[in-house]
Design a protein around this ligand. Sequence first.
Ligand code: NAD
Ligand code: DAU
Length: 337
Amino acid sequence: MSKLLVTGGAGFIGSNFVRLALTRTRHEVVVFDALTYAGNLENLAGLENDPRYAFVKGDIRDAAAVRAVFEAQRPTHVVHFAAESHVDRSVMDATAFVQTNVVGTQVLLDAGRACGVERFLHVSTDEVYGSLGPTGRFTEDSPLMPNSPYSASKTGSDLLVRAAFHTHGMNAIVTRCSNNYGPYQFPEKLIPLMIANALENKPLPVYGDGKNVRDWIHVQDHCEALLVVLAGGRAGEVYNIGGDSERENLQVVRRILALANRGEDLIRYVTDRPGHDRRYAIDSSRMRDELGWRPSIRFEDGLAATFRWYVENRDWWERVRSGAYRDYYERWYGARR
Ligand code: NAD
Ligand code: DAU
């Protein structure tokens, strides 16, 4: 039986992955998470009594803490989600992005190598490829051309993982996924932010002309893909994971307004995000041809289910939207009126 060390397991994708791994596999799971503003033990509620699950609070930038968790838990595999993940915050201040995404990833690679882990799965993003024009899709051979401090820091981490494979022969794999949505996503990202604002009858801030395109994938499809790569991916390889669901931001926002039974008068066009990538689209044919994976959730179905989740879990997002989040919201959106 394998033991997974899941970094960032208290965040959005990590917590969905932990639940899926405990349900679908016999792996043991140890979550290692610093519980930043984006990490929340409520995302893992209900798992406390599962004998195959453990939580360790710790920071991937802290080499001693990382070494200690490897020595105490002896994981066989690392699934590395922990990161600063929000582009807008990286525009305001990139420091934590470099520290966690770049330095933290190297700390983990070093500890994983010293402890002889069998496999290191690095969860990355399509944003490392930069921005597309109106046609074409990113393949694993597309050039790395990140445009935001967030995506530049993720690119740095991808390259450190690549180096660990080539230099040290580490069994390391990188996955690059498109935009996720689903339960437990922090309401700073487009879909949960628009749902929460619509439910509270607040303005929906749309950047620029609202015609930027993202390739949406339900978090469950992403997590299933990660289990497939963990089990059958080739060491040293990169795998693109996409949802085959390109939508303009305005299409997504209008659909949410319809689900919430609200009018388009709630839409506010605000100053664009600096360096805003125009379009992402992922070619996941390597995942399909080599590993037999393909996304299964239709965007409109997944969005409706996600909307229902936010309606039914209002306490969760009202709590995470209080406190420090309010200061962030005022600082970022206050400057874009
Ligand atoms: P998230 O912001 O919801 O969660 C990040 C988690 O990492 C939190 O639990 C946080 O507490 C933890 N964390 C942050 N800094 C840490 C540190 N220094 N030490 C330990 N833990 C720390 O992020 P997410 O949206 O779930 O994304 C997870 C991963 O997937 C990231 O690496 C991100 O780059 C990647 N990714 C995200 C998307 C997306 O659409 N959200 C798409 C592709 C790839
Ligand atoms: O593509 C994968 C990436 O997707 C991940 O690597 C990132 O971690 C994740 O945050 C996400 O990045 P994006 O910048 O694409 O996601 P975000 O939800 O911030 O924005 C989606 C689109 O919506 C983008 O074109 C910007 C726009 N937007 C976003 C916000 C928060 C708005 O128009 N208004 C907003 O208030």
